[in-house]
Design a protein around this ligand. Structure first.
Ligand code: NAD
Length: 515
């Protein structure tokens, strides 16, 4: 019925045509900056509250746009709209839901560079990072559309004499989607289209730093002809709206991705049964990481150092999968550190619109928090690269920063900084490296560079993370190919882009009929 699933290709921005196309998209979106986006409730645009501003992190004087400031009453209305749409959407044949999603993917694909350009302005993503985010969003929609068909198949059960037995999966209801800002389209789209593909409806509360991209996605939903109320959008202050949405007795599930601190708070609150609530909420928390890459003495050191630099400083280290600990075996420590410092020092820092390798971090708040971590890091380890802000257009720039000889118990080696800061740790040998790698509460991504087959095999068994990468960078999981999600304090292991994802938002019904 549908073509086989395949991931969306990336552009080669060394090619003049690709560059010209991206520049055209930047010009088009640049001319549209400064608009206003209302809430979307039941397909209606609803304006509310004092407008909230979203600004370009590379040039904060540039207003990307304003959005409505929803209140708790809008969360109530959005949940009403989502439950209102649920009856019809959940009972539509899976193939119709899948077709609707494939149309949505087509809209996103048609407008790929336009969406990417919004990310360049609103999130400070350079061209390749922005395009990859939109490509991943498209992949999620295509992949989950096909998953919906698989989930609609009867659940295989054994026959029993004298009875007809049937089991099937069905949607559970209207839920909350609370994404982070760092993959402002891909994660928002994946976290909402998964449940929707399964027949649920959603209220999305986007991250406060990237609400305009969320509003553009709701435009695409309308353009694709998805019925009103299936996707609802309430922008506004994260904590106040988030708490109300999480606590609400009609919120059937909470799909959260973000920091450990906020996720733990939500997990606790979602467990409370409020008056009028008729179900136990399902709650999925995909949280942070302190991801490590081990380099041993047998590794291709050039490839390892290049992978460490890409994994640590891609999108300014603002990826849950970013390499924030580089653990190097003593014998090759000095050489790897040297290569990493040289490679990171060569990255150009500048505006996202100019496609710089490293651009500004997302906000003034993050800028201050990262710089404070760097300041305190000076007392914990040896600063060997960067460490300062760059003053340019008022943007939130921080130089790629490397700390060497970081003790395994230092804050630099334990706390998720979420910025362009890499801690390099010395391990006595491979066994010591494995011990350091696993000595953290987080278990999201990680990797090993080695030429020893035994060690690669040991890594498979012993390195405790949800996504392990061998002899390659540790970021950039592909939908449908590398299901993504951590273990331990990195979250509930929802495994986005994996074959079981939709099952999280479904329940099984079993009917036995006596013949
Ligand atoms: P965050 O926790 O600050 O915010 C996440 C979302 O929660 C936002 O939409 C925010 O507005 C909302 N929020 C804030 N307070 C809330 C409350 N009291 N109730 C409900 N919602 C509330 O995280 P962030 O800064 O947006 O994102 C960065 C974090 O996300 C990092 O820790 C990163 O590692 C993590 N992350 C994890 C994954 C993963 O798949 N595991 C992927 C991307 C990012």
């Amino acid at each position: 019925m549908f073509e086989p699933y395949r991931t969306e290709p990336y552009s080669d921005f060394r090619r003049p045509e690709a560059r010209a196309a991206y520049e055209l998209a930047l010009a088009g979106v640049g001319a549209a900056l400064g608009g206003h986006d209302p809430l979307v409730i039941g397909g209606e645009h609803v304006d509310a509250g004092e407008p909230l501003e979203s600004r370009d992190p590379c040039r904060p004087s540039e207003l990307v746009g304003t959005v409505a400031q929803g209140g708790t009453e809008h969360v109530d209305q959005a949940l009403d709209a989502a439950w209102g749409a649920f009856a019809a959407w959940s009972t539509r044949p899976a193939v119709e839901r899948a077709e609707a999603l494939v149309k949505l993917a087509a809209v996103l694909r048609r407008r790929k560079f336009e969406f990417a350009a919004w990310e360049t302005y609103e999130a400070g993503k350079n061209w390749a990072e922005a395009e990859a985010d939109v490509a991943e969003a498209i992949d999620f929609v295509e992949y989950y559309a096909r998953s919906a068909l698989a989930m609609a198949e009867p659940v295989p059960v054994h026959p029993w004499p004298g009875e007809i037995n049937h089991s099937w999966l069905q949607a559970i209801g209207a839920g909350a989607v609370i994404p982070p800002w760092n993959f402002p389209l891909a994660i928002l789209v994946g976290m909402s289209t998964g449940p929707v593909a399964a027949g649920n409806t959603v209220v999305i509360k986007p991250a406060s730093d990237t609400p305009v991209i969320a509003a553009r996605f709701l435009d695409a939903v309308a353009e694709a002809g998805i019925p009103p109320g299936v996707f609802n959008l309430v922008t506004g202050p994260g904590a106040a709206l988030g708490d109300h949405l999480v606590d609400h007795p009609r919120t059937r599930f909470v799909n959260f991705t973000g920091s450990k601190e906020v996720g733990l708070r939500i997990a606790e609150r979602a467990a409370v049964v409020h008056p009028g609530q008729r179900f136990l909420k399902r709650a999925f928390m995909e949280l942070g990481g302190k991801d490590a890459l081990i380099v041993d003495e047998t590794a291709d050191l050039e490839a390892a150092a290049a992978a460490a630099v890409t994994s640590a400083f891609g999108f300014q280290g603002q990826k849950c999968s970013a390499c924030s600990r580089l653990i190097v075996v003593d014998e090759v420590y000095d050489e790897v550190l040297d290569r990493v410092v040289t490679g990171a020092g060569q990255l150009d820092v500048g505006p996202a619109v100019d496609n710089s390798a490293v651009t500004a971090v997302i906000s003034g708040r993050q800028h201050a928090s990262i710089l404070a971590e760097i300041e305190s890091g000076r007392d914990q380890a040896k600063l060997v690269l960067g460490g300062d802000a760059i003053d340019r257009d008022g943007g939130f720039y921080i130089k790629p920063t490397v700390f060497a000889d970081v003790p395994a118990d230092a804050r630099l080696a334990r706390h998720e900084i979420f910025g362009p800061v890499l801690s390099v740790l010395r391990a006595a040998d491979f066994d010591d490296a494995v011990r350091i790698f696993n000595d953290t509460d987080f278990a999201l991504t990680g990797g090993l560079f080695s030429r020893e087959r035994d060690r690669l095999d040991r890594a498979r068994r012993e390195l405790r993370v949800g996504n392990l990468y061998l002899n390659r960078k540790i970021t950039g999981a592909l939908v449908g190919i590398q299901p993504f999600g951590g273990m331990d304090m990195s979250g509930s292991n929802a495994k986005a882009g994996g074959p079981d994802y939709l099952r999280l938002f479904m329940e099984m019904k079993t009917v036995a009929e006596r013949l």
